[in-house]
Design a protein around this ligand. Structure first.
Ligand code: FAD
Length: 415
């Protein structure tokens, strides 16, 4: 019988599914929900699709490895309702801090949300489950076979059992996060490109405006990346940093964060300290093959500079599910291929092409000397706050760095 305890979801996995989603992060939750909602619309009064959503752990287990900032309107466009409990608070602007500590503040009311991912994950899982999705959050997938006789066999382990179990599915959606390694020998994206280390701590003590996110640029903070303070509430903030892949040896992320905390927020209380990986380049590889789809971090969908990946993953999961609903009844790969292409095209239009352009200038941006950021910040700091728009901040920084300006021509001149 299905486990109905509120703290986990342990629906026993059946021997066969139409769709099996690996990973219940933003990509997988959105994929499973889309399959349930859109699948029901397509099957009508007929036999409903059998859908499984697996994870190796409860996706609401805290702390979720994330700073939890999202663009408000984009989140609202992806889900039926942003429930009040998902929102820690509004983001009304950002404070950019230059290497010598000069802050530049720009405001834009209601531009974003700081969300409570744990709550959002749980609700999205519940919504899927209410629509018939089998959720098992103690199933660690260890292998996905090639497509044979219309099915892929999925091997998984459960706690306390040595022998792996198997199930099979007509379509598998790998939403398992960075570099899951499934189908490494097939022609499909792997989510292992330009992977950067990121670490964060939940910290009590620093003083900050609760509706502003803060970002610190400079080699002294986080070479090749940036450090951040994103409020959780008025008492606790998520303080973290991401280091560029090329700099990870020179500045190990954990050590960099310890130094950042000691120097920028001395005396603050560290409640938890955790790391993660961010795959944030644009490898331009197929997103699907033989009824295996990849979405989210498993498909390298993170923005190369901001390192935002939540809405990107949700969008990818949704598009992958829509394409999967088209290919499930098609026997021939040549008939499925146009739907794979449509999935990639939609992704590219929404985010991918932008990511490709940004990825091209990323290295130049990472090499901007600290003195350039400082000069730009000093110039901007003289302006009244209402004149500090994001465009002006970008232009002023570019103006201080002709080399970056030259390299950024690719943003405007090519697709
Ligand atoms: C420190 C840090 C801060 C970040 N801050 C932000 C931010 O503020 N805003 C933003 O937009 N993005 C942020 N990101 C990026 C964002 O967190 C990711 O891009 C996003 O979570 C990707 O969602 P996903 O569903 O693809 O993968 P994930 O969220 O990684 O979810 C994958 C799920 O798959 C499960 N899983 C993995 N392997 C298996 C397996 N073998 N079997 C079963 N289950 C498996 C995992 O347990 C997990 O629940 C941050 C990332 C990090 C590391």
């Amino acid at each position: 019988m299905a486990d109905t305890t509120p703290d986990t979801m342990l629906d026993p996995l059946e021997p066969e599914y139409d769709f099996l989603v690996i990973g219940a992060g933003p990509a997988g939750l959105m994929a499973a929900l889309t399959l349930a909602l859109e699948g029901a619309a397509r099957t009508g009064a007929g036999k409903p699709y059998r859908i499984a959503l697996t994870d190796k752990r409860d996706p609401w287990r805290e702390p979720v490895a994330c700073a939890e900032a999202v663009h408000r309107a984009r989140l609202e466009s992806l889900v039926r309702e942003v429930e009040p409990a998902w929102v820690r608070g509004p983001v009304d602007g950002a404070i950019f801090v230059s290497p010598d500590g000069t802050p530049v503040q720009f405001g834009q009311k209601d531009t974003g949300y700081l969300i409570d991912r744990a709550v959002m994950h749980r609700r999205l899982a519940e919504q899927g489950r209410e629509r018939g999705v089998h959720c098992n959050f103690r199933a660690r997938v260890t292998g996905v076979s090639r497509l044979e006789n219309g099915f892929r066999t999925v091997t998984y382990t459960v706690p306390g059992e040595e022998t792996p179990r198997t199930t099979r599915a007509r379509v598998v959606l790998d939403c398992g996060g960075p570099g899951t390694g499934f189908a490494e020998d097939e022609n499909i994206i792997q989510g292992n490109f330009d992977v950067e280390p990121a670490v964060f701590a939940l910290v009590r003590g620093p003083k900050y405006p609760v509706n502003y996110i803060q970002m610190f640029f400079g080699r002294n903070y986080a070479p090749g990346g940036y450090a951040w303070l994103f409020p959780r509430d008025e008492h606790v903030a998520n303080v973290g940093l991401v280091v560029g892949r090329d700099y990870a040896h020179e500045a190990p992320a954990r050590q960099a964060l310890k130094t950042f905390l000691e120097t920028t927020y001395p005396g603050s209380e560290i409640l938890t300290f955790q790391g993660g990986a961010i795959p944030c380049g644009y490898p331009d590889a197929p997103l699907a093959v033989d009824n295996l789809y990849k979405a989210g971090d498993a498909a390298n969908m993170v923005h190369p500079l901001s390192r935002a990946g939540i809405l990107e993953a949700m969008t990818g999961g949704k598009y992958a599910a829509l394409a999967a609903l088209e290919t499930i009844r098609l026997d021939q790969e040549r008939d499925r291929a146009p739907h794979y292409a449509a999935y990639k095209e939609k992704w590219d239009k929404a985010y991918g092409l932008g990511h490709r352009r940004i990825a091209r200038i990323k290295k130049a941006f990472m090499e901007v000397p600290d003195a350039t950021f400082d000069r730009a910040a000093h110039a901007l700091a003289k302006l009244p706050p209402e004149k500090q728009t994001l465009g002006r901040i970008l232009l002023t920084t570019l103006w201080q760095s002709p080399m970056l300006l030259w390299k950024m021509r690719s943003l405007f001149l090519s697709k």
